[in-house]
Design a protein around this ligand. Structure first.
Ligand code: FES
Length: 152
């Protein structure tokens, strides 16, 4: 199996070396092999994992969600097309929920979202006196998928 130095993995994936070390620590990447001098070497297959991690982060999945999904991938061989297909199908419901929430957001941002700003004329009707604050923090009228804590 071809092993790549951390700098090559970083350059090819567009991921900072510090992020690679962090992902390894968090179990998103397999533990690197070490050279006699202690330098990290990763199998080339981590590039695919990193592409999936980046895509997942960009659609708002948290590190624990990504870790859980990647944990199902084989360690003894590179993931097959079927493995990747299974992984993406596990995220399908989550992605569908986000697509519908974003569509709702796109089509409805001109109305009150219950954020407490009371800046729109309609807020006086839909959120008089910031009544939405009693429901909890955040813009209470946004779809729940858009009110999840932002992943780190
Ligand atoms: S849009 Fe902010 S409270 Fe209505």
């Amino acid at each position: 199996m071809e092993l790549l130095p951390i700098g090559v993995v970083s350059a090819r994936s567009g991921t900072a070396p510090s992020a690679l070390r962090y992902y390894e620590e968090q179990g998103l990447l397999p533990a690197a092999t070490r050279t006699a001098g202690g330098a990290r070497r990763y199998p080339r297959t981590v590039l695919r994992r990193l592409a999936v991690i980046r895509a997942a982060r960009n659609v708002g999945l948290s590190l624990p969600e990504i870790r859980a999904a990647l944990a199902g991938l084989p360690e003894d061989r590179p993931p097959s097309a079927r493995d990747w297909e299974r992984l993406s199908s596990e995220w399908r419901d989550r992605l569908d929920e986000q697509i519908s929430a974003l569509t709702e957001l796109r089509d409805g941002l001109s109305s009150c979202i219950g954020c407490g700003c009371l800046s729109l004329g309609r807020c006086a009707l839909f959120n008089p006196g910031d009544a939405a604050a009693a429901e909890g923090p955040g813009a209470r009228r946004l779809p729940p998928a858009l009110r999840r804590p932002v992943p780190r």
